[in-house]
Design a protein around this ligand. Structure first.
Ligand code: PLP
Length: 418
């Protein structure tokens, strides 16, 4: 039996090598099933999942409530386009606006699309509402905002922009958590928007200092610049509050979301204040300024509504805080035990990073070694091993992960002599 399953996985990987564009760098694993914080591959191997599909499957894999809601919606109404109102979309917009600063929402299908929408909103807002042609977008060094042409243009990591020719302009990158640099970039009043993640996630789980968002809010307000928070990774309870910026209590003009919004069903959103939303508002007699075929369809919106309801009814935010603190504590102990490899622990809630010394070059081997031992992690910012587990993980899951990571660190420290 096992032999048959191993053969099947091998065949699929070989077929993938022939028919898929080779853009990803994947290990020879094909996932077959998931339940809670566990995954099984086609060969029958079990993994403890501390990545949740890169911060997506917040309720865990195959949560019975989400699975049932999606099945029910699929059997009722899947898609109509935005030629008509969509009941689940309207109610989901209410779910979002009830829980944050925003008054209005536009739905799309991914994080990159949400940021594209926010950029269009900002450019047009300046023209239509402010009567100014302000095109500049200010972004931060080491940020990540997506892989479309426009969103790689505002992503502050050169490696993602290389070899694609001319990108969207003008864009200025300033150091993250540096208010003087932000002030300088905004003082000419040329920027339509400043886009920032409340915690830089892909860039290495970097939490800014306490007054950073407040300082940005003051600077953007004073210069007529829209403040956009990219909450694609930090939103939907990942940090222990509904949105990452709720720890700072500083509202932006626009917020983008995706990833965990649908709990695994693709959906993205641009949420905006009443005033900022004018940037995408249709004007009588004009063309529709922004639109999408799939965005906000009944299936995806029903899934997202179930995610909101489940997080609330199962008190999942409290779990994020409690288990997140426990994870940080256990990671801290490990970091102290392996000082030659580990530099410290970062993050908030269930978005945590174990930072490794760049010179030890250990993050890659830890990531691969943990996987070989049945623990799924991901990397952020080159040196950081990222934990972004389902928000329903327990202390027992954390204990299991720490045990595997301990074995892995011991092997990596031994082989690097660190
Ligand atoms: N913004 C942030 C902060 C992200 O972390 C990501 C993805 O990792 C994106 C945008 C892009 O989202 P997507 O991959 O859904 O396009």
């Amino acid at each position: 039996m096992k032999e048959h399953e191993l053969k099947r996985q091998k065949e699929l990987v070989e077929l993938a090598g022939r028919v898929l564009i080779k853009n990803y760098r994947q290990p020879p694993i094909v996932m077959a099933a998931g339940r809670g914080a566990e995954l099984w591959d086609v060969a029958g191997n079990r993994y403890l999942d501390m990545t949740s599909g890169i911060a997506v499957c917040s309720l865990g894999h195959s949560h019975p409530r989400l699975a049932a809601r999606v099945a029910r919606q699929a059997a009722t109404l899947q898609h109509t386009s935005n030629l008509y109102f969509v009941e689940e979309q309207v109610l989901l917009a209410k779910d979002i606006t009830d829980r944050c600063f925003a008054d209005r929402v536009f739905f799309c299908n991914s994080g990159a699309e949400a940021n594209e929408g926010a950029m269009k909103l900002a450019r047009r807002y300046q023209r239509v509402v402010n009567g100014q042609d302000r095109d500049l977008i200010v972004s931060t060094i080491n940020s990540f905002h997506g892989r479309s042409m426009a969103t790689v243009s505002i992503t502050g990591q050169e490696k993602y922009r290389t070899d694609f020719g001319r990108l969207l302009e003008p864009v200025k990158y300033v150091p993250f958590d540096d208010l003087d640099a932000a002030a300088q970039a905004l003082e000419g009043r040329e920027a339509c928007a400043f886009i920032v993640e409340p915690i830089q996630a892909e860039g290495g789980i970097v939490v800014p200092s306490e007054k950073y968002l407040l300082g940005l809010r003051e600077l953007t307000k004073a210069t007529g610049t829209l403040l956009i928070y990219d909450e694609v990774q930090t939103g939907m309870g990942r940090t222990g509050k509904w949105f990452g910026h709720h720890h700072d209590d500083v509202a932006p003009d626009v917020m983008t979301m995706a990833k965990a919004l649908g709990g695994g069903v693709p959906i993205g959103a641009v949420a905006a204040s009443e005033q900022a939303a004018e940037g995408l508002a249709w004007k009588e007699g004009g063309a529709v300024p922004h639109a999408t075929t799939f965005g906000g369809n009944p299936l995806a919106c029903a899934a997202a509504r179930e995610v909101f309801a489940t997080i609330e009814e199962e008190d999942i935010l409290a779990n994020v805080v409690a288990v997140g603190d426990y994870l940080a504590e256990r990671l801290g102990e490990l970091a102290a035990r392996y000082p030659g490899v580990c530099e410290g622990v970062r993050g908030r809630g269930l978005l945590r990073g174990l930072n490794t010394h760049a010179k030890a070059a250990a993050a890659g081997p830890i990531y691969a070694g943990a996987r070989e031992r049945g623990l799924l992690l991901s990397l952020a910012g080159g040196t950081v091993v990222r934990f972004a587990p389902p928000l329903i993980v327990t202390r027992a899951h954390v204990d299991e992960a720490i045990g595997i990571l301990d074995d892995t660190l011991s092997a990596v420290a031994g082989s690097t002599g660190a």
